[in-house]
Design a protein around this ligand. Sequence first.
Ligand code: G4P
Length: 529
Amino acid sequence: MTTPATALDSALTRRTFAIISHPDAGKTTLTEKLLLFGGAIHLAGEVRARGANRRARSDWMKIEQQRGISVTSSVMTFARGGTVYNLLDTPGHEDFSEDTYRTLTAVDSAVMVIDAARGIEAQTRKLFEVCRLRDVPILTFINKVDREGRDPFDLLDEIADMLALDVAPLNWPAGMGGEFKGLYDLRSHRFLPPDGTATGAAGEMVQTSGLDDPQIDNLCGPIASRLREQAELALGGYATLDGDLYRAGALTPVLFGSALKDFGVEALIDALAEFAPPPRPQPALPAAVKPTDSQVSGFVFKVQANMNPQHRDRIAFMRVASGRFRRGMKLRQVGTGKTIAINSPILFFAADREIADEAFPGDIIGIPNHGVLRVGDSLVEKDDITFTGIPNFAPEILRRVALKDPTKSKQLRTALTDMAEEGVTQLFKPAIGSQWIVGVVGQLQLEVLISRLEAEYRVAAGFEPSPFETARWVSGEPAELKRFIEEHRAAMAEDRDGSPVFMARDAWELNYVSQRETAIRFSATRERA
Ligand code: G4P
C-alpha cells in the first residue's frame, strides 16, 4: 500500500464499516467474499476455517458453535483500487447488543444484509435502530437471489415501510432461484450472468446498451420481458441514488446479489468506495474531532482478552479519529494522564495480524496492553479530548458469584476484572459484604462468563441469585450524594471505576426511590469521563 502525502488524503481513502444482519442471512459468507475480492485472502472459506481453529482452542467458544452465534468481534482490513476498507465484525446475538452498540460507534457506515426469502428480521431491525441513533448511513445487500426469494418489489417496499427509508435499487435480478439468469446494473447497464457451469457462479460481465439491447434476450431467454418490465418500473417507481440523502441516513442504496455465488459482491465493494462516507468527525468534548485535526487522537471501543490463550494478551481496539499515527508514538490516556508508548500496534489484515507502521483516521489499531486501557478511553497526542457516546448500559441481570473452591478467590477477582474490562460483564463491589456481584445485559453472557472462567482461568464458579434485580449509576451534589449513599448503604455498590451504583430489588423499588430522591440522578447508561 502506498502512503499518500497527508493524513487527510489517506483518511479520504478509508471506508470503515460493519455488516449488520440477522443470524443466517449470510454475513459470514459475504465477509469471506469481500475479503476474497479485496485480495486479503486467497481461498473463500478461510474466515470460517480460521474461526473453526480458534474455536477448537478455547472451550468457551463452544457456545458460539452450539448456538451458531459469534460472540467475538474482530477487525478485517483489505485494500482495493486505492481504497482501504476496515470491516468491523459485530457479534450477531441480541444478548450482545451492548458490545455491538460500541462497535457501531467506531464505524462510518454499515452494510445491512437481508435474506431475500425472509426480508427484514428482528435482529436486523434492532441493529438498524442503533445505526439510526448515530446517523450511520446504510447500504443494503439483499442476499441469496440464487434461491427462491420474495418478490423484489415486496422486499424493497418492506425496507421502505418498516425502516422509514427511501430505497434506491442499484441493480435488478433477472428472476430468482431456479429461474435466476443474472443481475442487471440499473446505472451502467452491465449484465452479470452465471458462468454456465453447474455451480452457477458469476461469469463475465456483459456491457449492454440498455434494457432494449437484444443481448438481454440471449442472456435472459424467456424472462427477458419480465426483467425489462420490472427494471423499468423500478427505475420509475423508486428514488434515484442521492449520495447526500444516503450519507444523511435518509436513503439506502440497495443491491441484490448472492454472496455464495459471487453475484453483486464486487458491486457492493465499488458502491462502498463510491458513496460510503470517509471518516466522519467524532463526537467529543470540548468539540467534535475532525479527521483533519493534526494531533493524533482516538478512542477505545473494544477490549478483548486472551485472543491468544497462550499469551494472556489483551488487545484494546482503538479507532483513530484524527492525525497520522506512527508506530512507537506515545499517546496519553485522558483521565489518568498515563502515557503509553505504542510500540507494537496491530493492523488486522485478514490473512494475519500485522505490525502497523502508520495508521490514519478511520483505521483501527490493536494495542496490546496489560489492562491499562479500557473501553471508552480517549487517547491523545497533546491536547485533552474526551470522546463521547461510548456508553455502559445498566445491567438487567445481577448475580452473586459463588466460588466452588474458596482458595481461588484471587484468580476469580483477576478473571472478573479482566472480563469487566472487556465489557463481557459489569462488576460491582457491594458496600456491605465481600461477594462480588456481576451484572449482565442478557442471560447468554452469564453462560459465556462461567465457561471462560473455567477455560481461561481454571476457576470453577457458579451464580447465586442476588437480592437485587436492577442497578443505576447515581450522581448529584457531593453532600446530597453522600447522604444518599449513607441512607442506602445496604443497596450501594461501586463499579470497577469506583463510581457509586444503587441496586434495587425490582423496578417498583427503583421507581419509588428515584421519585423521592429528586436531588439524585439515576442513570441507566454511563460514559467514562
Ligand atoms: P451468517 O454469518 O449471517 O449467520 O450466515 P452465513 O454466511 O453463515 O450463511 C448462512 C447460510 O446461508 C449458510 O448455509 C450459507 O452457505 C448460506 N448462504 C449465504 N449466502 C448465500 C447465498 O448467496 N445463496 C445461498 N443459496 N446460500 C447462501 P449453511 O447450510 O447454514 O452453511 P454451510 O453448510 O453452507 O456452511
